[in-house]
Design a protein. Structure first.
Length: 322
């Protein structure tokens, strides 16, 4: 399915002498820069009655620009009645608390049964928004808060806010090894050079910054609070593994069970039985994409992580650390 749209406007004084793609972004802010640039290169934009297909072409104040374009729906996915834990919803956005085990977007090996399928069932009109309004992802086994755009204008503004690092995302995690202090990890991340499904710290990768502080220290583990400054795939998991403190349960990045000496049977069983990375998106804060209001949500630590922390505390009480 596709929708024909027609847009017309005159170049404002503020865009005088700017590139065509820059002027369009200013004139039609409800559409993303990448979408506008595609329309230009596809020959769907006219300036003063003439097709201009070069985004760098300069425009002058008062010039008439017309766009006759096609909004193409990327791919039709099936709406499925999958329960959602909705923390907040209005006409523009939806904030959910994602459970462990729910994949965000259909892909290889997971054609359906995803968050996207659930969103299509909950709000069918979201099929008009690219990627069903999903602007950031959580890994399958990471729990916690995600914001979803219900309209194209909301998505455009949220994507821009994400790129400008104006959306605050804080996480809770339990990692292997006792850490004495917090800090910042500023290490670039890219696809692993030999393991196709892994990410890694790579000198030529994209910039990635993670801030972390110690919440509670145990004999052989640490409860952390982390804040993302960037949003690379697997960022926290890769950065913590890089510090040689992989997350508990993260078998992909080395988080196999590492019990302390003389660990109780309960602790051994809990560590062996923790089958996902101990990572939870605990807090999400942003400016509402339409009203501009500053909003913030928190999601309680999931039961499995609460149980893990309690068992680690019991172990510390039995074997006090200095």
């Amino acid at each position: 399915m596709s929708e024909q749209i027609s847009l017309t406007g005159q170049v404002p004084q503020s865009a005088n002498g700017k590139r065509l793609d820059q002027a369009l972004a200013e004139m039609f802010p409800d559409y993303s820069r990448s979408r506008l640039k595609t329309w230009i290169t596809d020959g769907q934009v006219q300036v003063e009655g003439h097709v201009v297909d070069k985004p760098r072409e300069k425009v002058l104040v008062g010039m008439t620009i017309e766009i006759a374009a096609e909004l193409v729906e990327e791919k039709r996915f099936e709406a499925q009645p999958i329960a959602l834990n909705i923390v907040y919803e209005d006409d523009d956005i939806l904030v959910i608390n994602k459970p462990a085990g729910l994949v965000v977007h259909p892909g290889a090996g997971t054609p359906d049964g995803t968050l996207l399928n659930a969103l299509l069932h909950h709000f069918p009109a979201i099929d008009q928004v690219p990627r069903a309004g999903i602007i950031h992802r959580l890994d399958k086994d990471t729990t916690g808060l995600m914001v979803v755009a219900k309209t194209i204008p909301a998505q455009t503004h949220l994507v821009a806010a994400m790129q400008e690092r104006e959306i605050t995302r804080e996480y809770e995690a339990v990692c292997n090894g006792p850490m004495t202090a917090g800090g910042m990890i500023d290490e670039p991340i890219a696809r692993h050079p030999t393991k196709r499904t892994h990410m890694a710290v790579v000198a030529t990768g994209k910039p990635a910054v993670t801030h972390y502080r110690v919440v509670e220290r145990f004999r052989a583990h640490t409860h952390l609070r982390l804040r993302l400054e960037t949003g690379r795939t697997h960022q926290i998991r890769v950065h913590m593994a890089h510090l040689r403190h992989p997350l508990v349960g993260d078998m992909t990045y080395g988080g196999r069970p590492r019990p302390p000496q003389k660990a109780s049977a309960e602790l051994l069983e809990t560590l062996r039985g923790f089958r996902r990375q101990a990572l939870h998106a605990a807090k999400l804060s942003l400016h509402h994409p339409i009203s501009g209001e500053w909003m913030s949500w928190e999601a309680a630590t999931p039961d499995d992580m609460v149980a893990l922390i309690e068992v680690l505390r019991a172990d510390r009480r039995e074997h006090p650390v200095d």
